[in-house]
Design a protein around this ligand. Structure first.
Ligand SMILES: [Zn+2]
Length: 284
């Protein structure tokens, strides 16, 4: 069965960028007669804001974006992630590098702005060095996938990202690993999300392959930019949404859909109309 999901981080209220992703995912799953699941990505407790998760859920309800089953909370699933981390162990190694050391030895910046890790600790740690993070080995072969909106994508992880972190010794499993485990365990067939996560996809496919998990289909909608050309987020003071019909209309227009309400949009859902761009401003 077609299964979609919306997986917000409860770092603040729903804004237009997250609504666009939620709406596209909801329409895509519901138009296929499928399920739509909700997951709170609240692993990074320091970034979460009290009450934000409940506020997001209320706004979705007001907009008519109903979900199936119980909301899944990542913060309650650490034991599951640890199990998968154990399965991943043969493909990982301990890294002792500090942020400073990585910046000094980096091969450059990855597409998401992170330092490309040069594999310093691949062959084992020098005596006296402290384990800071567990990294998964990446390969020189390209990982490709066909995004339903953005088209064919390809990344050589060893060159474009470097061996990446799956776990930190302060007890936090990486975002990439948690997403891959959750999508597989929830039976997600179609990941529909913002294009700011396009560059994470190859890493997630690499993890799926190492763990023997299926790869879902991917559809990345353009990220929403504010008037200054910045991606909407808590950091750029994105306006919180009230869950009004106007907001829904604006999100539908952004997605290139001609419908002006949810029922119409569901009947006429056409992902081919979504602009094939990584980011775009809201239509005036
Ligand atoms: Zn290292």
């Amino acid at each position: 069965m077609v299964t979609g999901r919306f997986a917000p981080s409860p770092t603040g209220p729903l804004h237009m960028g997250s609504l666009v992703a939620a709406l596209a995912s909801w329409l895509d799953a519901r138009a296929a007669g499928g399920r739509w699941l909700l997951r709170m990505e609240d692993l990074d407790r320091a970034r979460c804001e009290p009450g934000a998760a409940q506020a997001i859920l209320r706004t979705l309800e007001r907009l008519g974006l109903t979900w199936d089953g119980d909301v899944v909370w990542q913060s309650r699933r650490t034991q599951v992630y640890e199990l998968f981390l154990e399965k991943l162990k043969p493909h990982t190694y301990w890294c002792a590098c500090s942020r400073r050391e990585i910046a000094d030895s980096s091969l450059g910046l990855a597409a998401d702005g992170a330092q490309i890790y040069p594999g310093t600790c691949r062959d084992g740690l020098q005596p006296g060095r402290t384990r800071r993070a567990l990294r998964i080995r990446t390969e020189n072969d390209a990982i490709g996938f066909d995004d339903r909106v953005q088209g064919p994508q390809s990344q050589v992880l060893s060159r474009d990202v470097g061996d990446f972190v799956v776990y930190r010794t302060d007890g936090v499993v990486s975002y990439q690993l948690a997403v891959v485990v959750d999508d597989a365990q929830q039976g997600v067939t179609d990941v529909v999300r913002g294009a700011d996560l396009l560059d994470s996809t190859a890493r997630q496919i690499h993890l799926q392959r190492r763990l023997g998990l299926p790869t879902p289909r991917y559809l990345h909608v353009p990220a929403v930019l504010n008037a200054a050309g910045e991606k909407l987020s808590k950091q750029t003071d994105a306006a919180p949404l009230a869950g009004s019909p106007d907001e829904l209309r604006a999100a539908l227009a952004f997605l290139g859909q001609r419908a002006t309400n949810l029922d119409e949009a569901l009947r006429a859902w056409n992902p081919a109309l979504i602009p094939r761009r990584r980011a775009a401003a809201l239509p005036r």
